[in-house]
Design a protein around this ligand. Structure first.
Ligand SMILES: Cc1cc2nc3c(=O)[nH]c(=O)nc-3n(C[C@H](O)[C@H](O)[C@H](O)COP(=O)(O)O)c2cc1C
Length: 169
């Protein structure tokens, strides 16, 4: 039974870690250049209009760039992109982060060349969520590679799907 606040945080992490997610790099661009961070708190939200959410720690350096520019992109990572995810999860300067990847600028935001899928969004709303900020993005452009394999985050580590072992009814 968790006791201290730290124990509760650990216990929550362990329980929420059972919820497998994909891994993305959320990017934005402002007058001082690009910004980007590894993000797994991403979800689709609405089809009409097409909305998704991405959740930013209030201390992340990418959040103010999203706030100022009013735009961001969600780049879905592939199996094998663990090193790239580590770079964008670090506090390296953004210039160094973007040296690790080739990208183009689509609709004013960086889109990674090898993304499994990407979504360019206009900020629809920024909502407070405890120590995070929930960015509701209105999707204005998107594409995907139907054949690729995703990078997953599960139980606090990276995981892969075996495409021959998908549990399809
Ligand atoms: C797999 C993984 C998922 C992450 N998901 C999130 C997330 O959803 N939101 C968040 O704010 N930080 C998340 N992080 C942490 C950020 O990537 C990290 O704080 C990063 O240094 C922020 O970069 P920035 O300060 O340049 O914006 C995640 C890290 C990893 C490794």
């Amino acid at each position: 039974m968790p006791g201290s606040a730290l124990d509760v945080t650990r216990a929550f992490r362990a329980s929420i870690g059972q919820f497998a997610t994909g891994v993305t790099i959320v990017t934005a661009s402002g007058p001082r250049g690009h910004a980007g961070m590894t993000t797994n708190a991403v979800s689709s939200l609405s089809l009409d209009p097409i909305l998704l959410i991405a959740c930013f720690d209030n201390t992340s350096r990418t959040l103010p760039v999203v706030r100022e520019s009013g735009r961001f992109a969600v780049n879905v990572l592939r199996a094998g992109d663990e090193d790239l995810a580590a770079v964008f999860a670090s506090k390296r300067v953004p210039e160094e982060k973007f040296e690790a990847v080739t990208h183009s600028v689509e609709h004013g935001v960086p889109v990674l060349d090898d993304a499994l899928a990407w979504f360019v969004c206009d900020v629809h709303e920024l909502l407070p969520g405890g120590d995070h900020t929930i960015a509701v993005g209105r999707v204005t452009a998107f594409d995907h590679d139907p054949a690729g394999e995703p990078l997953l985050w599960f139980r606090g580590g990276y995981a892969h799907i075996d495409p021959n072992d998908l549990a399809r009814e």
